[in-house]
Design a protein around this ligand. Structure first.
Ligand SMILES: [Zn+2]
Length: 280
């Protein structure tokens, strides 16, 4: 990659491009280690049995859940809060805004998630995030593309919540980026992982309160100088695996807003219905 100053690709971009190659190679290796079905695509349908992504019992199709597990997923359907994407107990005329969103509006315009973070989807996401079970990404991305249809219809670009380079090197993949790339493939909206950078390491959010989470991630994200013209006036969709308190995606949204994004939406696989009760 050509290196240049303010208006072109920076050293950071160059390093990240190298890192993406590392990560993609790692993904390739992971696929080689995975069952034949994942490695050989359609041919694998013949060679390997399809298993439920949650309970691992036999299913009729790949990248799916069995009927029993499917029934345990709390998919989010209307009525829902137009801003936070959380299910509402009852509907009404026009756009519905929850009391929580009215009292404390989020720094993004709209959030949508496929399901409430609980039970089966919690297990799938944990497996995806911590146990290298990447086969879940296709199912989650399909659900997300469905839940975010309205958002994606207006979007110019899809941006994953980034990790610091150190974290990415250690984990070898960014689950938000894997989901974002798959959603881009399904929706046709361009995917750009080089717009937002995580500029400081943050402590684990597990067990933190909403206020602590917000303080941890404040100022942790920035739009790269070389990417500002790809953000100004644009409709951006931020992708993450789970929205817990909204602190992380909120911090990304603030960085995008500061860089001139016209409209910022958030799309996640799951959302925590009551962040006070979660220990993610
Ligand atoms: Zn199952």
């Amino acid at each position: 990659m050509e290196l240049s100053g303010e208006n072109g690709a920076s050293m950071t971009d160059k390093h990240d491009a190298d890192l993406v190659e590392v990560v993609q190679s790692a993904g390739w290796l992971a696929r080689m280690r995975a069952p034949l079905g994942a490695a050989f695509g359609a041919a694998g349908n013949v060679l390997a049995p399809s298993l439920c992504l949650a309970c691992h019992n036999r299913t009729s199709t790949h990248d799916a859940l069995c009927a029993g597990c499917w029934q345990q997923v709390a998919f989010i359907t209307p009525p829902l809060c137009h801003r936070l994407g959380l299910p509402l107990p009852f509907g009404g005329e026009g756009l519905q805004i929850s009391a929580a969103a009215a009292a404390d509006p989020p720094p993004y315009d709209r959030a949508r998630a496929a399901a409430v973070f609980d039970g089966v989807i919690r297990e799938i996401i944990h497996g995806f995030k911590y146990a290298d079970r990447h086969e879940a990404r296709r199912l989650l991305a399909r659900w997300m593309a469905g839940a975010g249809r309205e958002l994606l219809a207006d979007a110019d670009v899809i941006v994953p919540v980034p990790m610091t380079r150190w974290r990415l090197m250690r984990r070898q993949f960014n689950q938000a980026a894997l989901l974002a790339r798959e959603i881009s493939r399904l929706s046709g909206v361009p995917f750009d992982p080089f717009i937002v950078a995580k500029t400081k390491s943050t402590p684990t959010q597990v067990g933190s309160s909403a206020a602590q989470r917000a303080a941890n991630v404040a100022g942790a994200f920035a739009v790269r100088r070389s990417a500002r013209d790809r953000v100004a006036g644009r409709h951006v969709v931020i992708v993450d695996d789970v929205i817990t308190t909204g602190a992380t995606v909120g911090a990304c949204a603030r960085a995008l807003r500061a860089a001139g994004a016209a409209h910022i939406d958030v799309l996640a696989a799951a959302i925590v219905a009551d962040p006070r009760r979660v220990d993610l």
